[in-house]
Write a protein that binds this ligand. Structure first.
Ligand code: SF4
Length: 187
């Protein structure tokens, strides 16, 4: 998906949908914290940073949300993040996300969905009814020794996200497929 097409869409024209996304993420974060709290799991001090993982994002919503977050930053900070993004060759595995500065996400409130879900053991009921389970991150596996099986159920997150994405795409008349990293969203 060429950035020239995405760049033509201004987040401010779709703020109504981004506010809905905001509320959706608040409830998602609450569910995440509930499961993390169950295990007393925390990311603090993690050396194996998930911000070094090459994640792809697929929604117009997440792209516009990140753009909104970028515009909230000071000019200098935005410039420096854009420069960091330009310095990362396309498709590089293991590069630190340009938004992560000194171990902290500069766009924490506006980060995409997978950044919010990563870390905990999870499950997903696929449209064909099959249940797929996934493990926690390396830190979780190393630090949490338990027989309990409390999982973050991602099913409704993906379903609700799909509904919101459909709404904004219809409003924007946008039908392109998106597969984009945070770095590509920024350059
Ligand atoms: S957007 Fe934020 S949380 Fe997501 S990978 Fe980048 S720095 Fe990490």
């Amino acid at each position: 998906m060429p950035n020239e097409i995405l760049n033509k869409i201004k987040y401010s024209d779709y703020d109504f949908f981004l506010e809905k996304l905001d509320k959706f993420f608040v409830s998602m974060d609450r569910m995440y914290n509930k499961v993390a709290g169950f295990y007393r799991f925390t990311c603090t001090g993690c050396a194996d940073n998930c911000c070094e993982t090459l994640f792809y994002h697929y929604t117009l919503l997440e792209y516009l949300y990140l753009q909104k977050g970028l515009l909230m930053l000071s000019k200098d900070k935005k410039k420096s993040i854009q420069q960091r993004a330009r310095n990362i060759p396309k498709g590089t595995q293991g590069a630190m996300c340009p938004v992560n500065i000194n171990g902290l996400c500069s766009l924490y409130r506006y980060r995409p969905m997978i950044c919010r879900l990563h870390g905990l053991p999870h499950m997903l009921t696929r449209p064909d009814g099959n249940l797929v389970k996934g493990p926690g991150c390396d830190l979780f596996t190393e630090s949490i020794n338990t027989d309990e099986d409390c999982r973050l159920d991602r099913t409704h997150f993906y379903m609700d996200m799909a509904v919101l994405e459909k709404e904004i795409r219809e409003a924007a008349g946008f039908s392109h497929k998106i597969k984009i990293t945070v770095t590509q969203m920024i350059v």
